[in-house]
Design a protein around this ligand. Structure first.
Ligand code: PLP
Length: 407
């Protein structure tokens, strides 16, 4: 039997999804599982989006332009202008999810064996995209003790080699919720200009910033010119993760041309969804204001509950809807598994995402988990209380391989 390619073999499973079979088993046993492991929001999509899908106004679903429907791209130009991001419709390539925007950027900018520097912990699927494109991710570590801010620039500089093509950031950050300051972004800009690199900025959580923080875009940066690449998605903005729409935005003509040609090879992004997304752009600003209020309330509730759990270290995030939490266990994955296989409180348990898979450096994040604020306040509180009871029971339980009973 012929074997798989090295790529096929190396393609990593999603660490967020790998405990799913255990959650399914728990459910089969009648246990209710509170899913705070995955970024699937429970927020309703804007009515405008749903209405457009209900009545698409067409009897066929045709292919569309490979870079996206012009009507949708024109709408996006207005959308970005609301944030002071000035781009033209031919500087946008609509993609099948933000995922494809990142893959297109990797494919167009890096040859197999080239390197992309990325602060860790990072959105775990960057690993999969890197394997697909043959790119090596080179991590620089952000520490929970430092609130996950960027380490000194020298830490990035020392990672630059002749194979480095880009620095990839996620702002606001998944999984940490960190929001980069203007100064940090300007320092990154200076570095990429000086060292002749691209700055890729995944900004899919742009709307979700709290406490007066502002999410600055890579395309706000004066002098970034052709080096800035904005990677975006509507999955979280409008709670339409299944619509599979994102985009790549840049002023770099060569990159736009390559992204268009990559787009032509897969013909087009979903057309009905683009029409619906165009309509969603007309949703009243109150829609997103309410969503933001809801996420803020959930974050605050989670942090109130976490404050009551002994031995936990967490930094209140200013953006996105996640937090990375250090738990008083040695092996957070073993604990996350145990919560699903061996623990319940009145027929309920909680599913959390072990954070090791969000780091590229082996051994980091072993005692951390990511929590997503994707359930309403009462359920988030309940989930955190179950987590607290779980920790108490686990640490009181006899020691098991890979873990110890005390902190
Ligand atoms: C930081 C980040 N980038 C990209 C994506 C992928 O988004 P999409 O659903 O549009 O492919 C996600 C999804 O969770 C994400 O969190």
């Amino acid at each position: 039997m012929p074997g798989l390619s090295r790529r096929g073999e190396r393609m990593p499973p999603s660490p967020i999804r790998k405990l799913v079979p255990l959650a399914e088993d728990a459910k089969r046993r009648g246990v209710r599982v509170h899913h705070v492991n995955i970024g699937q929001p429970d927020i309703e999509s804007p009515e405008e989006f749903l209405e457009a899908l209900r009545d698409p106004g067409t009897r066929i679903v045709p292919y569309g332009h490979s870079a996206g429907l012009w009507e949708y791209r024109d709408g996006l130009v207005e959308y970005y202008a609301r944030f002071g991001i000035r781009v033209a419709s031919d500087e946008i390539v609509v993609t099948t999810g933000g995922s494809e925007a990142i893959i297109f950027a990797f494919l167009a900018l890096a040859d197999p064996g080239d390197e992309v520097i990325v602060p860790e912990p990072f959105y775990t699927n960057y690993n999969g995209f890197a394997v697909e494109a043959g790119v090596t991710l080179v991590p620089v570590t952000c520490r929970i003790e430092d609130g996950f801010r960027l380490p000194p620039l020298s830490a990035l500089e020392t990672r630059i080699t002749s194979r480095t093509r880009a620095i990839l950031i996620c702002n606001p950050n998944n999984p940490t919720g960190y929001v980069y300051s203007r100064e940090e972004l300007e320092a990154l800009r200076d570095l990429v200009v000086e060292r002749d690199l691209f700055l890729l900025s995944d900004e899919v959580y742009r709307e979700f910033v709290f406490d007066g923080a502002a999410a600055h875009s890579v395309l706000h940066l004066e002098g970034i010119g052709d080096r800035g690449v904005l990677l975006d998605s509507i999955s979280k903005r409008y709670s339409v993760c299944g619509a599979r729409l994102g985009c790549l935005v840049t002023r770099n003509r060569d990159l736009l041309s390559a992204a268009l040609r990559l787009g032509q090879a897969r013909l087009c992004a979903p057309t009905l969804e683009q029409k619906a997304a165009r309509r969603a752009l007309d949703a009243s600003p109150e829609y997103l204001e309410q969503v933001l209020d809801e996420y803020r309330a959930r974050r605050d509730a989670v942090f109130e509950e976490l404050a009551g759990i002994e031995g936990v270290l967490a930094v209140k995030p200013k953006g996105a809807f996640y937090t990375v939490v250090r738990l008083p266990v040695e092996d957070a994955e073993a604990f996350a598994r145990w919560l699903l296989t061996d623990f319940q409180v009145e027929g309920e348990t909680v599913m959390i995402a072990p954070a090791a898979g969000f780091y590229a450096t082996p051994g980091l994040g072993r005692d951390e988990v990511r929590i997503a604020f994707v359930r309403k306040v009462p359920e988030m509180r309940r989930a955190m209380r179950i987590l607290k009871l779980g920790l108490q029971a686990y640490r009181g339980a006899p020691a098991r391989a890979g873990d110890r009973a005390g902190p």
